[in-house]
Design a binder for this molecule. Structure first.
Ligand code: C5P
Length: 223
C-alpha cells in the first residue's frame, strides 16, 4: 500500500517536557512545547503506523489515530517506553529533564523566614541511550534529537555515538531561531557519516520529511 507504507509497523514517539516534582505542588520543568513530537506522531500515523505517543505535560491534543500515554517525570517516561516495547521504530523528541530532585517532599514545603529548602538533585535516566542499548528489545530504528546552540552538526554526530542511536535530527535552538515553542524548525538529519540539511519549514513539514525517511528505511529493509 503506497499511501500507507508504515502499515503494520509499531512506533513509539516521545514528546514534550518532563516535570520533576519538588513536592506535591511544585516541579522543575523546561520550555518544550511538544509540537515537534506531536507532529511526528501524527505524520507516522498518517503513513499507517500504529503509534504510541508518550508525552510529558503539554497544551496539545493528540490526534485520534494516535495512542497517547501521558506521563509527568523522566522516570515515568522511561517505564512507559519500556512497557511499549517491542516496536519497529522509536523517535525520541521529548526534552527530558536532565535532573530530578532526589529528596522529593511528601507534603508541601512550608516557607519559613530566613530558611531555604535544601533541594538535592540527581541525574535522570537517559531514555534514548537506555532504549538504544536494549539488548533483547532494541527497535530496528532509533532516532534521537539534538538541540544545539552551536556546532550543530559536529555536536549532533557526537551524540549519535554517545547515545547509540541510528539517526539524529539536529536543530539550532539558539534564541534567535525561535524554534522552542515556535512553528518552524531548521534541522539536519544525521545518519552515520551522512548529513542532510533540510530547508527551514514548519514542524509538520519536518515531521512529514522524517516520516518519508522512516518509510524508506523499512521499505529498503524488506526488499
Ligand atoms: O543529551 P541530550 O538531552 O542533548 O540528548 C537529546 C536526545 O536524547 C533527545 O532525543 C532526547 O529525547 C533524548 N533524551 C532522553 N532522555 C534523557 C535525555 C535526553 O531520551 N534523559
Amino acid at each position: 500500500d503506497s499511501a500507507k507504507p508504515l502499515r503494520g509497523r509499531k512506533v513509539l514517539v516521545t514528546a514534550g517536557p518532563t516535570h520533576e516534582p519538588i513536592d506535591p505542588v511544585r516541579y522543575i520543568a523546561n520550555r518544550s512545547s511538544g509540537k515537534q513530537g506531536y507532529a511526528i506522531a501524527d505524520a507516522l500515523a498518517e503513513l499507517g503506523a500504529d503509534v504510541t505517543l508518550i508525552s510529558g505535560p503539554t497544551r496539545l491534543d493528540a490526534s485520534q489515530n494516535v495512542t497517547l500515554r501521558a506521563v509527568e517525570s523522566a522516570q515515568e517516561m522511561l517505564v512507559a517506553c519500556e512497557e511499549t516495547l517491542p516496536v519497529d521504530a522509536a523517535v525520541f523528541a521529548a526534552a527530558v529533564a536532565d535532573w530530578r530532585v532526589n529528596n522529593e517532599a511528601s507534603q508541601k514545603i512550608k516557607k519559613q523566614a530566613g530558611a531555604l529548602p535544601d533541594l538535592s538533585l540527581t541525574e535522570n535516566p537517559d531514555i534514548l541511550a537506555t532504549i538504544s542499548g536494549s539488548v533483547s528489545n532494541r527497535p530496528a530504528l532509533v532516532v534521537g534529537f539534538a538541540a544545539e546552540t552551536e556546532n550543530i552538526v559536529e555536536n549532533g554526530k557526537a551524540k549519535l555515538d554517545k547515545k547509540g542511536c541510528d539517526w539524529i535530527v539536529a536543530n539550532d535552538v539558539s534564541a534567535s531561531t525561535g524554534t522552542f515553542g515556535g512553528e518552524e524548525n531548521q534541522v539536519f538529519l544525521l545518519k552515520g557519516a551522512s548529513t542532510e540539511s533540510w530547508p527551514k519549514q514548519t514542524k509538520q513539514g519536518v515531521a512529514r520529511t522524517l516520516g518519508a525517511h522512516i518509510s524508506d528505511f523499512f521499505q529498503s529493509k524488506s526488499t
